[in-house]
Design a protein around this ligand. Structure first.
Ligand SMILES: *Cc1c(COP(=O)(O)O)cnc(C)c1O
Length: 364
């Protein structure tokens, strides 16, 4: 029998989440963001349920090739654009749309030979200070691009730093609007958080939304709101089984560093899951976990291949009991990945993307 750890990708949930984002988008078109191998789900696994997107957005040229190899003939957008001149040849060959965020990318385009002009997304740095032209340089970049025979339509794009928090997006909306109000072209602004939280605002939805995490069962603004609030379903489950049971007396400790000390007699189970499977090592004692669909907590340090959970109150559960690290458990139980991420001081994105290659993945 193989080691009992297992990841499951839930096809119907992916489909339902896309429909949910489609409702939030109104008339706007929807990019399915599939970077980082579809947030750890696997591009090939999400392709079918995501066929109703208007396009696939990603970073990696090899991921763009995979989307084309699956037979997708619609739009594919490179969210960071090209990294060198040769990448533009692949863009021409596979008709990839690409972000343009710096002068060097315009220089590359200016010397690129292509039969078909490229559709580009011109990115403004409206306050995130990651990629993009400063607002005062944006018009110059647009004018330069617009004059190139290598360029077809130009979509105006920016990215929000605080769409998931109280600071919000108003300051960036103002910067973007001031610098673009008289420029023609479509607009694309919103990630999942903006698309869900400002779904009633047509200027925020604009022409293309770019949801990622909400498609993959994460609430972009957890813990303010959870997936139930947003009507989003968990799209992946990480499950395993109890492989050992230990009986502790008061004063016994658990795991490396003895970070947990039993205050009284306890029964604990060891789960075949550790940080080498992608479970966060920083998840402290008390991180939620389901055993046979019932909620309990982790104890002590997560080690490479194992972790301990409290079985004291779950009396019949023993070796072989089903453990849900996140996602869907037996009898309709659910442990949102957001809760585990939050307990571990991180976000669902990181846990989903960190699923290790040694974990076998099923689809249902
Ligand atoms: C990753 C990414 C997104 C998706 O963000 P989520 O928070 O996962 O919805 C949107 N736009 C850009 C430019 C991105 O890099």
């Amino acid at each position: 029998m193989p080691r009992p750890i297992q990841a499951t990708v839930h096809t119907e949930a992916l489909r339902a989440n896309l429909a949910r984002l489609r409702r939030a988008a109104g008339d706007a078109r929807v990019w399915g963001v599939v970077k980082a191998d579809a947030y750890g789900h696997g591009i090939e696994r999400v392709y079918e349920p995501f066929r109703a997107v208007d396009g696939f957005a990603l970073l990696d040229l090899t991921e763009a090739e995979r989307v084309r190899a699956l037979g997708w003939r619609g739009p594919v957008l490179l969210l960071e654009g090209v990294f060198d001149t040769r990448d533009l040849e692949l863009c021409s060959r596979l008709s990839l749309w690409h972000t343009v965020h710096c002068e060097e990318q315009i220089d590359m385009l200016a010397v690129h030979k292509t039969h078909a002009p490229h559709r580009v997304f011109l990115k403004m740095n409206s306050g995130m200070n990651r990629l993009g032209f400063a607002p005062q340089a944006f018009r110059g970049a647009w004018t330069r691009l617009n004059a190139l025979p290598q360029v077809d339509e130009i979509t105006l794009m920016t990215h929000f730093s605080d769409a998931d928090t109280a600071r919000g997006i108003a300051h960036q909306m103002r910067v973007f609007a001031d610098a673009t109000h008289d420029l023609p072209g479509e607009r694309s602004l919103s990630n999942s958080a903006a698309a869900l939280r400002f779904a009633d605002d047509g200027a925020v939805r604009a022409d293309w939304i770019r949801p990622g995490i909400a498609l993959y069962g994460g609430a972009p603004d957890y813990p303010t709101h959870d997936i139930a609030h947003w009507g989003i379903a968990p799209t992946s489950t990480l499950s395993s089984r109890i492989i050992s049971v230990q009986h502790l007396v008061a004063g016994d400790t658990v795991g490396y560093g003895s970070t947990y000390t039993a205050p009284a007699a306890m029964r604990i189970g060891l789960v075949a899951c550790g940080y080498a499977d992608g479970y966060p090592r920083h998840a402290p004692t008390g991180t939620p976990v389901l055993v046979d669909g019932l909620r309990t907590r982790t104890l002590g340090r997560v080690s490479m291949d194992m972790m301990a959970v409290d079985l004291t109150e779950l009396s019949p559960a023993g070796i072989g009991a089903e453990v849900t690290l996140w996602g869907r458990g037996p009898r309709g139980s659910v442990l949102p990945v957001d809760e585990v991420a939050h307990a571990a001081g991180t976000v669902s994105y990181e846990l989903l993307c960190a699923l290790a290659p040694r974990v076998p993945v099923l689809t249902d």
